[in-house]
Ligand binder design. Structure first.
Ligand SMILES: *[C@@H]1O[C@H](CO)[C@@H](O)[C@H](O)[C@H]1NC(C)=O
Ligand SMILES: *[C@@H]1O[C@H](CO)[C@@H](O)[C@H](O)[C@H]1NC(C)=O
Length: 615
C-alpha cells in the first residue's frame, strides 16, 4: 500500500542488487537517480501507477531483470545495457518502435512487451536471439512481412504475435511439431488460410492509419508497399473506421477460438524465473557466446520431480558412483539430454539464501574443458526453509576417465598427439578456473581420474573445487575480502598447487602408469630429469610403450621439461599455467611438423606401419 513517488534517497543505497516494489500504489515518474544504482541486478516496479519516460539505465551494467508491467510508462522504449535477461514492459503506454539495439541483447531470455502501442516493423531477428525462450508482442501495432524461411532460436518455447499488423506467411519454425513450442498469432494478416487472420488489406490500411513511418525496414517488399500505399492514401480514412470495428470483433473471436493456454512448464518458469535469471552474470561479456559455442543449455533451476523422472526415482541402476562430494546418478532429461546428477547432503543449517552466491558462481563455471553445471535443485525441510539436499545437474561426459585411456586397460590408448591435445585441454580448463572468473577457483585437487573425455576425446575437468560443498561454505565467501596483500600471496600459492597436481597428471600421461605416492612421483621426476640431459634412447625408456616410435623426441623433451618444472618442490619455482600452456602448444606444433615430415617422406616401412598402428 505504499503511495507517492519513488524517493530520491534510493540512490544512496549503492550496494543494492535487488529492488522490488511491485503491487503498490506508487506514482509519479521514475527518478533519473535510478541510473546510479550500479549494482542493481533486479528491478521490479510492476503494478504501480508510474508514468512518463523511463530514465536512461544504460549505466546499470549488472541489470538483468527489469519488470515494469502494468504502469503508464512511455512512450519511448527504455534505454538499457545489452546484458539484460528479462524485460517486461507489458501493459504500459509505450508507442515507439523497437530500437535496433534490442537485436543485440545477446542474453535476453524473456521479452514481454505485450499490450502497448508499439509501432513499426517487427524485427524477425528477435525470434533468433541467442538465448530467447519467451517472446510476447501481443496487442501492439507491429507491421511487416514474415517469411517461411525465418529461423527461430531452438530454445524458444513461447511466442505470441497475436493482434498486430503482420502479414506474409507463417515461418516454418512455428509449425514444426518436434518442439514443445507454443505459438500464438491470431488477429494478424498472415496467409494461414484460416479465419483467425484479417485480410491483407486490413493490415495495410491500419498500418497507414496509425501513421507508421517506413522506418529503415530491411525487406525490400515493404518499401514498395509503402510507395504504393501513399498513392492510394486518399481513401484510407474511410476504411479505417470500418477496419477498427472489424478488428475489435475479430480480436474477441480470435481470443475465444485460437488461444491455447500456455503449458505449465512456462508458468513454472515464470515463478522461478528470477532465480535462474539471476544466475548468468553480466560481468562476463562472452558468457552467452561461450554457451552457444559449448552447445550447453542455459543454466536453470530443476524441480525435484524432473530429476526423479530423469533417474527413475534415483534407481540403483542409474547410480554411477560416490565421490567425496556425494553420490552421482546418471539421468536422462525429458528432451533426451543425458546428465550426471550429484546429490549433496547438507548437514549444517543453511537456507537457500546462504547458497545463492555459490550457485551463482557455479553457474558461471562453464568452459569447454570443464564438466559444466546445467542447473541445480534445492530440497528443503518442509517445516522451515532449511536446505536438506542440493542436487547439481552436470553435463554427462561419455568416454570415461583420462586414466582409462592411458593405461590402455580398456584396450584403447591415446597417441602422443592426442595426449598433448588432452593435456592442453586440461591446462586451459585450469586457466579458466584461475582467471576466467572473479574470484578464481583454486586448490582444485586435480586428479587424472577426474579428467573425463567427451565424445571427441576433449578433456573435461570434473570435481573442481565446487563452490557449493558444505565443507567449503564460508571459504568462497572470501569474495569480499579479495584484494588484500595477504590474500594475493595466498592466491599465488594456490594456483601453484594446481600446477603441481597438473604436473602429476602430465607425468602419468608421459610414462603411462599411475604413481601411487608422492614419493614415487619424486622418483619418476628425477628419472625424467636424467633422461632429458642424457639422450633420446634414455627418454624412450621412460615414455609409455604405447606411444613408442610415434612421437617426436623434441616434442617429448619439451613436455618432460615442463612436467618437471610443474613438480618443483618450491611452489614459487613452478611455472604459471600460461607458461605451461605455451610450452605444451609448442610441443604440439613440433609434433605436428614431425608427423607431417615423416608421413610425406618415404620413410622406412616399419616407421610408417607404426604410425598407422597408433593413429
Ligand atoms: C500520487 O499519489 C498521491 C497519493 O495517493 C496523490 O496525492 C497524488 O496526487 C498522486 N500524484 C500524481 C501526480 O498523480
Ligand atoms: C527468405 O525468403 C525470401 C522470400 O521468399 C527471400 O527473399 C529471402 O532471401 C530468403 N532468405 C533466406 C535467408 O533464404
Amino acid at each position: 500500500m505504499f503511495t507517492g513517488q519513488l524517493p530520491d534517497w534510493l540512490k544512496s543505497l549503492s550496494a543494492l542488487t535487488v529492488l522490488s516494489l511491485k503491487k503498490n500504489l506508487l506514482n509519479g515518474s521514475l527518478p533519473e537517480s535510478l541510473g546510479s544504482l550500479e549494482n542493481l541486478r533486479i528491478l521490479v516496479l510492476s503494478h504501480n501507477h508510474f508514468f512518463g519516460e523511463v530514465p536512461d539505465l544504460r549505466s546499470l551494467r549488472n541489470l538483468q531483470v527489469f519488470d515494469l508491467e502494468d504502469n503508464s510508462l512511455g512512450p519511448q522504449f527504455p534505454q538499457l545495457g545489452s546484458q539484460i535477461v528479462t524485460l517486461i514492459l507489458r501493459r504500459n503506454k509505450f508507442n515507439s518502435a523497437i530500437p535496433d539495439k534490442v537485436s543485440s541483447y545477446y542474453q535476453l531470455q524473456w521479452l514481454d512487451i505485450s499490450f502497448n502501442r508499439f509501432v513499426g516493423p517487427f524485427s524477425p531477428s528477435l525470434l533468433s536471439l541467442p538465448t530467447i525462450t519467451y517472446l510476447n508482442i501481443e496487442g501492439n501495432r507491429f507491421t511487416g512481412r514474415l517469411f517461411e524461411n525465418l529461423s527461430c532460436n531452438d530454445e524458444l518455447e513461447f511466442v505470441d504475435l497475436s493482434s498486430n499488423l503482420l502479414s506474409g506467411s507463417l515461418p516454418n519454425c512455428f509449425l514444426s511439431d518436434s518442439k514443445n513450442r507454443v505459438v500464438l498469432y491470431a488477429g494478424n494478416c498472415l496467409a494461414t488460410g484460416d479465419e483467425s487472420q484479417h485480410p491483407f488489406s486490413f493490415c495495410r490500411n491500419e498500418a497507414l492509419a496509425v501513421g507508421i513511418l517506413p522506418h529503415r525496414q530491411k525487406p525490400k517488399h515493404a518499401s514498395k508497399v509503402v510507395v504504393a500505399l501513399s498513392m492510394s492514401g486518399g481513401i484510407i480514412g474511410g476504411i479505417t473506421l470500418v477496419g477498427l470495428i472489424f478488428l475489435v470483433v475479430r480480436r474477441v473471436q480470435a481470443k475465444k477460438t485460437t488461444r491455447a493456454p500456455p503449458k505449465s512448464s512456462i508458468a513454472e518458469n515464470a515463478s522461478t524465473g528470477y532465480t535462474s535469471k539471476l544466475l548468468s552474470d553480466a560481468r562476463y561479456i562472452s558468457q552467452a557466446m561461450m554457451l552457444g559455442a559449448l552447445g550447453l543449455p542455459t543454466y536453470r533451476t530443476f524441480s525435484l520431480e524432473e530429476l526423479e523422472e530423469a533417474t527413475n526415482n534415483f534407481d540403483a541402476s542409474t547410480f554411477m558412483g560416490e565421490g567425496c562430494h556425494g553420490q552421482i546418478y546418471r539421468g536422462q532429461l525429458k528432451n533426451g539430454l543425458l546428465v550426471a546428477i550429484r546429490c549433496l547432503k547438507v548437514t549444517k543449517n543453511h537456507s537457500i539464501h546462504n547458497f545463492m552466491q555459490h550457485i551463482e558462481l557455479l553457474s558461471k563455471l562453464r568452459h569447454h574443458h570443464l564438466v559444466s553445471a546445467l542447473g541445480h535443485c534445492f530440497e528443503c525441510y518442509s517445516d522451515d526453509s532449511i536446505v536438506s539436499r542440493i542436487f547439481l545437474v552436470f553435463e554427462y561426459v561419455p568416454n570415461g576417465t583420462l586414466r582409462s585411456w592411458i593405461s590402455g586397460c580398456a584396450g584403447r590408448t591415446l597417441t602422443w598427439t592426442q595426449r598433448i591435445a588432452t593435456v592442453i585441454g586440461i591446462a586451459k580448463g585450469i586457466q579458466f578456473l584461475h582467471t576466467g572468473i572473479v574470484p578464481g577457483v583454486f586448490s582444485n585437487n586435480l586428479k587424472i581420474t577426474d579428467v573425463l573425455l567427451d565424445q571427441n576425446l576433449a578433456a573435461k575437468i570434473s570435481n573442481y573445487n565446487l563452490p557449493l560443498l558444505a565443507e567449503n561454505m564460508g571459504k568462497v565467501g572470501s569474495l569480499s575480502s579479495a584484494g588484500s596483500k595477504e590474500n594475493n600471496a595466498r592466491v599465488k600459492h594456490e594456483d601453484k598447487i594446481d600446477v603441481y597436481d597438473f604436473g602429476a597428471i602430465l607425468l602419468e600421461v608421459i610414462v603411462g602408469r599411475p604413481s601411487s605416492s608422492r614419493n614415487l612421483v619424486d622418483v619418476l621426476k628425477d628419472q625424467l630429469q636424467a633422461s632429458i640431459t642424457f639422450n633420446g634412447a634414455a627418454r624412450r625408456i621412460m615414455v609409455d610403450p604405447a606411444v613408442q616410435n610415434a612421437y617426436s623426441d623434441e616434442s617429448l623433451k619439451t613436455v618432460m621439461e615442463i612436467c618437471i618444472r610443474c613438480l618443483h618442490k618450491n611452489p614459487a619455482d613452478r611455472p604459471s599455467i600460461e607458461d605451461v600452456l605455451w610450452n605444451l602448444q609448442f610441443a604440439a606444433q613440433v609434433q605436428d611438423a614431425w608427423q607431417g615430415d615423416s608421413q610425406s617422406s618415404d620413410g622406412s616401412p616399419s616407421r610408417l606401419s607404426n604410425l598407422r598402428a597408433y593413429s
